[in-house]
Design a protein around this ligand. Sequence first.
Ligand SMILES: Nc1ncnc2c1ncn2[C@@H]1O[C@H](COP(=O)(O)OP(=O)(O)O)[C@@H](O)[C@H]1O
Ligand SMILES: [Mg+2]
Length: 276
Amino acid sequence: MTDIFDAQLNPNGFLARGASAELFSLSNNKVLKLFRDSVSDEMIDREADTSVYASACGIPTAAALTRVDQDGRRGIVYPRIEGTTVMNWIRRHPMQAGRALDQMSEIHAAMHKCRAGGLRSLKQVLKTDIVHGPSPIAVQQAAIAYLDTLPDGSVLTHGDFHLGNVMMTPQGMTVIDWSKAAAGHPAADVVRSEMLMRFGIGPSDWVTNLWRDWAARRLAKAYFTCSTVTSRELTLWRPVIALAWLRARDAERTPAFQRYLERALVQAGITSGPIM
Ligand SMILES: Nc1ncnc2c1ncn2[C@@H]1O[C@H](COP(=O)(O)OP(=O)(O)O)[C@@H](O)[C@H]1O
Ligand SMILES: [Mg+2]
C-alpha cells in the first residue's frame, strides 16, 4: 500500500487521463488506475476480472494485480505497459497507419476466438441500452423484437475496442480497458469498433472524418481476412448497436451518425423513415 500512497502525494506520478479514470505510475513497473466516482463497482470489477481472464486466454493485455480502495477512491493496480496508445502512435507515424490498423484487427479477431467465460450477455446489455435510450417506444419494441432474432454468440467481446484502448509497445500491441466486456457475437463487437472509429469522441473536422471513414473500412477489411465473420453479419448487427449507442452519448458528427442509424434501421425493416 505504501507505493499507492506515494503516487497520490507525488504529482509527478500522474501518467494519463481517460474518460473514466486517471493513471498514476507506481514503483516496480506498476500503475494505479483510479476511477471517477461516477463509475460503478460492477464496471470496475468487470474490468479487473476480464483483464485477468483475457490474459489467461493469451490476449496481449495487462492483467490486473489487485483492486484497491484509497481515501474513498476505487482503483486497480496493473503492470505498467511501456509505450503509447495506437492513436498517439499513428499521429507520429501516419504513413504506417494502415499496417497498425491491420494489426489491431488481427488482435480483435484473436480475441473473438476466446470463449467469454462468465461474462454478462451482450444482447442483454443492448436491450437495456435501447430501452433506456431516447428513441420512441415503438422503435424500441421493434428493435428488441429484431434483436431477439439475432444469434446470442458466446465469445469475448471488448465493447470499447478503439485506438485509445490499444497500446503500441516494443513487444507489439496490448489491449487495455475491459470495463465494457461481454459475451456476445463477434460481428456486434466489430460494428461497435466501426462506430467508435467513425463517430466516437475526438476531432471531427472534414479531413479527420475522411480519415476516420477510411480507417473504419480498413479495420473491417483486415478483420474479415482473419475471421469467418462476414460483411452481411455486420449489416445485421448495425441497427441495434447504433440504437443502443444513443443512450450513452451524443455521437460526434451527429448528422452523419443519424444518417448511419436511420439507414441501418430501414435496411433491417425496423423503421421506414426518420425516427426523431
Ligand atoms: N497498464 C498501463 N500502463 C501504462 N499506461 C496505461 C496502462 N493502462 C492505461 N494506461 C494509460 O492510461 C490511459 C487511460 O487508460 P484506460 O484504461 O483506457 O482508462 P479509461 O477507462 O479512463 O478510458 C490509456 O490511454 C493509457 O495511455
Ligand atoms: Mg480507455
